[in-house]
Design a protein around this ligand. Structure first.
Ligand code: H2U
Ligand code: ZN
Length: 349
């Protein structure tokens, strides 16, 4: 019997947060690519764009004018997916047509008045303001009686559907816990019931022993490519101590978070010398007043790029119909991210 070679032999790995399996096919990483090549995103942006809906002092699509903000700026989404006053009722029409009225609030967070900056190029002090706003929003919206879950996220880059290059994220407050956090809640709860410790706290400890998937770390945080990563350069941002939600972070942890986010996104940008697109977001405990000692706060980064600034990973055929699949291993991805400089390529000229 030949020994199992993790970098050569197909296998599947289990996502402990969702229970789903990802197929890893490392032997396939060298296959040729003659498919779609994405256009390179325009490189140079002005610091202020008079046509941008999000720049300070400009008129938004909804007709409201932005203030001349100087740090971060939060406003209610002019085209919200959730509305605050939907009646909360079961509106199912029998077993085959199950439905629930849903309510909530959607806000947009401008990270910076500067149109041309991203988290990679903002100062740690400016990113710290974004961290404060994330925590404030979760605190404020989570306190509302009709909000059971607050989802903070960012779509960055046209490839991930961001509507505008101006650095911004979103926050959606939901009456009910949505699919993914509900699934993660179930799996974290089951682990806690069996071991009396938060799943992700133990997982991080085991990852630090192996070490090969860690990308960056500081006193309060570790960023790693999870063992079960689906996207080529997917990462998980984990606090070192047990923390169930963003508002619980202490001042040094907030400062350290700003630093590690800058380092991570800089590495992402340096990988293909491009503004690396991604969707990222925070998962913390639901805000329905329940008891969640099993929850560990974390952020997921899901970048679509695979082998260059213009070749993305598609989640199609087998992924849509069977299971997610990846070619380069999480260990190879982590090693490539570790090899990147923390000086942004645009600063190097
Ligand atoms: P995305 O780039 O992730 O799509 O987020 C931008 C959000 O900003 C989007 O949800 C909102 C859109 O509805 N928006 C406004 O609320 N007002 C505007 O003037 C432009 C965009
Ligand atoms: Zn702008």
């Amino acid at each position: 019997m030949r020994a199992f070679d993790w970098a050569e032999h197909p296998h599947r790995r289990r996502n402990l947060l969702t229970g789903e399996w990802v197929l890893v096919s490392p032997q396939r990483a060298r296959r040729p690519w003659q498919g779609q090549v994405e256009p390179r995103s325009a490189q140079e942006l002005p610091a202020y764009d008079p046509t941008c809906y999000l720049c300070p002092g400009n008129l938004r699509a909804g007709g409201v004018r932005n203030p001349r903000y100087t740090a971060t700026f939060v406003f209610t989404n002019d085209f919200p997916a959730l509305l605050p006053h939907t009646p909360v009722e079961d509106v199912s029409q029998g077993p085959f047509f199950q439905a629930q009225a849903e309510s909530g609030l959607c806000r947009v967070i401008c990270f910076s008045p500067r149109h041309d900056l991203t988290l990679a190029e903002m100062t740690p002090e400016a990113i710290r303001q974004v961290v404060e706003v994330w925590a404030e929003q979760v605190e404020e919206l989570g306190r509302l009686e009709q909000v059971a879950y607050v989802q903070v996220f960012e779509n960055r880059g046209a490839m991930m559907g961001a509507s505008n290059p101006h650095p911004h994220g979103q926050v959606w407050a939901n009456r009910r816990v949505p699919n993914v956090p509900a699934l993660e809640d179930r799996h974290q709860r089951a682990y806690f019931e069996a071991h009396n410790r938060p799943l992700l706290v133990d997982y991080l400890e085991a990852e630090l022993v192996q070490g090969e998937r860690v990308v960056v770390e500081n006193e309060s945080w570790v960023v790693l490519v999870p063992y079960w990563a689906v996207w080529p350069f997917e990462t998980l941002v984990l606090p070192r101590r047990p923390v169930t939600a963003l508002p619980e972070l202490k001042p040094p942890e907030r400062r350290d978070l700003a630093h590690i986010l800058k380092r991570l996104v800089t590495r992402y940008d340096n990988l293909f010398q491009a503004r690396f697109p991604y969707s990222m977001g925070w998962h913390g405990q639901p805000t329905d007043g329940g008891h969640y000692p099993h929850w560990q706060l974390h952020a997921h980064f899901y970048p679509p790029l695979l082998r260059s600034a213009t070749v993305r990973k598609f989640m199609v055929g087998y992924e849509m119909l069977a299971a997610p699949q990846r070619d380069i291993t999480p260990e190879q991805a982590a090693s490539r991210l570790r090899a990147q400089s923390e000086i942004h390529y645009r600063q190097r000229g």
